[in-house]
Ligand binder design. Structure first.
Ligand SMILES: [Zn+2]
Length: 348
């Protein structure tokens, strides 16, 4: 699992440009499932088993990133954010600009602290004041290197061990992809299982919408990361999930400032099924009422005339940053939980 996560996490694939991760998934699952296909939207749809019931398991491939908006006369890049990125996170990062001619390294720069006015130095730096320096002397040199408006940009970050845990970029949701790959490899289902690696989740749950329409599942699960409240400045009241306490069964999400349920509101039947499956798999799990953020489950639940859907989360710190941290034991237990759930489908 750790080598697979490293490979997936280090592969650059922001929303809309998921090919690099898609290639790894196709290679991993070749010959291990009954069918692998890519739809016109860029989702990778894998299928295994047969039976009356179709279950859709969704894990998104895309990560948050940036896109080239302008190249100024001096060759600095102005950018737009793609997905929910905190401005304070992007400053001082090394990035990769993906051009048609190849990948270029750049750095996210801004005015040095020495030259800031006192009041300026106390405020967060706005993204409009940041730029990407590609190390070329002017616009002409940048354009000759292949950079064009619309080129996409990812963070440059290795995935490494950190204590007993692991840290890197894009664990949201490459860990979900890793779990789904492992599951599709090992499962021998008595139903039709669709392992769907979705595109463009971070920009509006789009790949899940179109793939769910095509598959028309009877039941579905999204496998994603989930927020945790176990770091300084947060309490269990903010978020009661923690690293190392098992996968989270998310009951509701998508609200703001303490509200919830703008995303998915999970039915009792689905919650009971997932809890029962966790008990059968003999793993620990967490129940989570989340506020901010949501997952592919929200849009799959709204497919056609409605699909009973649940959300499973691998607890992850520092989501949407290049320094995410998770405990691989939670991910290993997630594979067991999803396998148990697929082998223990509820009466619909
Ligand atoms: Zn996610």
């Amino acid at each position: 699992m750790d080598n697979l996560l490293k490979k997936l996490s280090e592969a650059p694939s922001i929303s809309g440009y998921e090919e690099n991760v898609g290639k790894i998934i196709k290679a991993e699952l070749k010959g291990k499932v009954d069918e692998i296909r890519e739809d016109s939207f860029g989702n990778i749809i894998t299928r295994k088993g047969s039976g009356k019931t179709r279950i859709m398991l969704a894990a998104h491939m895309d990560e948050v990133g940036l896109i080239v908006k302008l190249i100024d006369d001096n060759g600095f890049i102005k950018f737009a954010r793609v997905g929910g990125l905190d401005n304070q996170v992007i400053l001082c990062q090394r990035v990769h600009v993906h051009t048609r001619k190849g990948v270029l390294l750049g750095v996210l720069g801004a005015k040095p602290v020495h030259m800031m006015k006192e009041e300026e130095s106390k405020m967060a730096i706005k993204p409009e004041a940041m730029f990407i320096d590609l190390g070329f002397k002017d616009k002409k040199a940048v354009e000759s290197a292949g950079v064009k408006i619309g080129d996409w940009i990812s963070f440059d970050r290795d995935t490494v061990k950190c204590g007993t845990r692991i840290t890197g970029k894009a664990f949201d949701n490459r860990i979900g992809c890793a779990v789904l790959i492992e599951l599709m490899k090992k499962i021998t289902p008595k139903c039709e299982v669709y392992g769907v690696f979705t595109a463009q989740e971070e920009t509006g749950l789009k790949g899940a919408r179109v793939s769910a329409f095509g598959i028309d599942p009877h039941i579905a699960l999204a496998i994603d990361t989930d927020l945790v409240g176990d770091t300084p400045g947060l309490t269990a009241e903010d978020c009661n999930a923690s690293l190392g306490k098992g996968p989270a069964i998310t009951i509701s999400d998508g609200g703001r400032d303490g509200s919830t349920g703008a995303g998915l509101m999970t039915s009792r039947k689905i919650i009971d099924w997932l809890e029962d499956s966790a008990k059968k798999a003999k793993i620990k799990y967490q129940l989570l009422v989340s506020s901010g953020g949501t997952t592919d489950a929200t849009i799959i639940a709204l497919n056609r005339s409605g699909v009973p859907t649940g959300t499973l989360g691998i607890p992850t710190r520092y989501l949407h940053t290049p320094v995410q941290v998770l405990d691989l034991d939670d991910a290993k237990d997630m594979v067991k939980l999803v396998e148990s759930a697929v082998n223990n489908l509820p009466n619909l």
